[in-house]
Design a protein around this ligand. Structure first.
Ligand code: NDP
Length: 399
């Protein structure tokens, strides 16, 4: 049915490539392009021989002209951006210049400020609309499936949703004293930033990790979780009508937090460049270089993730609560695609989002967040491609 250009060859891209190959009627041909071509070639070597035709290329996704040349050569129907959030705008520029649809899993962040906001990408709306192409923003798990869950709850379960709590629990154990489950630089920037949530249309800011709750996660048990800022809060508060408050919580173990505090205290998580032996280095980038590569955690990680949303609102004039979630097992993911569940839960929805555009099930020129589309075909594909969802009408609530 179509051709996809996948940019990036890290943990998430690897899962996405596996999943495209499991869906060859939609993904007839893919090109894996990244900074380090050998990683693309290794993925190709692992997966070729099936129905999906695979090619590879080297590209610097910070360079719009290189991207345009690659797109003109491969002529994809969609570009799936699984590089880093810093590359979002250059890849969107290249898609605009070549009139090709765009999908990503994380919103743009400038390299020098850890700030997650959609304003830079939303600024492309009119230009994408005029070009007749669609940019699907945030097609991972969170953002991503959490937005699809919200659209589904709104469509089928509520007349009005007033409260959403997004709960992201990773109960996986990789056996290292400290490691991050996805790109360490992006991960540490996210968790060391101030927390925030939206109440009555306004952002309320907290100190990092200031708000803690304990939640009894289905199929996992009790875990400490902390309120974080997260990008989908911004779009969901606009797109889901009736929202009074929306919050995001993520679980962290004590050992992770103690290590992080220590690294912060000694300046290792800073993104301000420093002079070292005559060279400018960014401490956080140096830290990334000494931490375990997230891709190497796959074979060591045991346990499960549970990510979902608790909705509180009204249906037919009555109060209603509803919890939609997915439970994913690290070892099963590894057995299937050679990656742990954090990459898996992001790479599967990236493939599904691109499939929605390639099949024409979703077709809305402009720049859109995932909850703006019909959730039903996406929810069906989650069940089909390894992320089945579960629901509860009587969940424990977060105070
Ligand atoms: P990795 O660091 O494992 O992979 C990133 C890949 O992008 C690497 O292959 C890297 O190349 C490549 N890359 C980086 N810069 C460039 C560039 N300038 N040009 C070309 N290629 C480049 O990250 P992950 O796979 O863990 O994460 C990928 C994306 O997914 C990130 O944006 C992350 O924020 C997002 N994410 C989203 C989640 C969600 O639920 N929505 C959850 C987890 C992640 P090289 O191999 O040379 O380093």
């Amino acid at each position: 049915m179509g051709k996809a250009l996948i940019i990036g060859a890290g943990g998430v891209a690897s899962v996405c490539v596996h999943k495209c190959c499991q869906n060859p009627d939609v993904f007839e041909e893919i090109c894996i392009a990244s900074r380090t071509k050998s990683k693309c070639d290794a993925l190709k070597a692992k997966l070729e021989g099936g129905k999906t035709k695979i090619s590879t290329a080297q590209v610097n996704a910070d360079n719009v002209d290189e991207l345009i040349a690659l797109i003109n050569e491969f002529k994809p129907d969609v570009v799936i951006n699984l590089a880093l959030p810093y590359q979002d705008l250059t890849i969107m520029d290249a898609c605009l210049a070549t009139k090709v649809n765009y999908v990503d899993t994380a919103n743009y962040e400038p390299l020098d400020t850890a700030k997650f906001e959609y304003k830079w990408q939303w600024a492309y709306r009119e230009r994408f609309e005029k070009a007749g192409i669609t940019a699907l923003l945030g097609s991972g798990f969170d953002p991503g499936v959490t937005g699809v869950f919200s659209a589904y709850a709104m469509k089928h379960e509520f007349d009005e949703i007033n409260y959403i709590d997004i709960l992201d629990c990773n109960a996986g154990d990789h056996g290292y004293p400290f490691a991050t489950n996805f790109n360490p630089e992006i991960n540490i920037r996210e968790v060391s930033a101030k927390g925030s949530y939206i109440e009555d249309g306004k952002w309320v800011e907290t100190e990092p990790m200031e708000i803690k709750r304990v939640y009894n996660f289905p199929e996992i048990g009790e875990k400490d979780m902390y309120l974080l800022h997260h990008e989908e809060l911004e779009s969901l508060a606009l797109n889901i009508k009736g929202i009074k408050r929306i919050r995001f919580f993520m679980t962290f173990g004590q050992s992770y937090l103690t290590h992080l505090k220590c690294l912060e205290n000694v300046g290792m998580t800073s993104i301000e460049p420093i002079e070292f032996e005559g060279k400018q280095i960014v401490p956080l980038q140096f830290l990334k270089a000494v931490l375990p590569d997230p891709a190497s955690l796959g074979p060591r990680t045991k346990g499960k993730t549970n990510i979902g949303c608790i909705f509180i609102g009204k249906k037919d004039g009555k109060d209603k609560t509803y919890y939609l979630y997915n439970v994913c097992d690290h070892e099963e993911c590894y057995k299937e695609v050679g990656s742990q569940a954090v990459s898996y839960t992001t790479g599967v929805p990236a493939m599904i989002g691109a499939a929605m555009l390639l099949t024409g099930k979703w077709n809305k020129p402009g720049v859109h967040n995932i909850e703006e589309f019909d959730p039903d075909p996406f929810m069906d594909d989650l069940n089909k491609f390894g992320l089945p969802w579960k629901e509860s009408f009587d969940p424990e609530l977060v105070d």
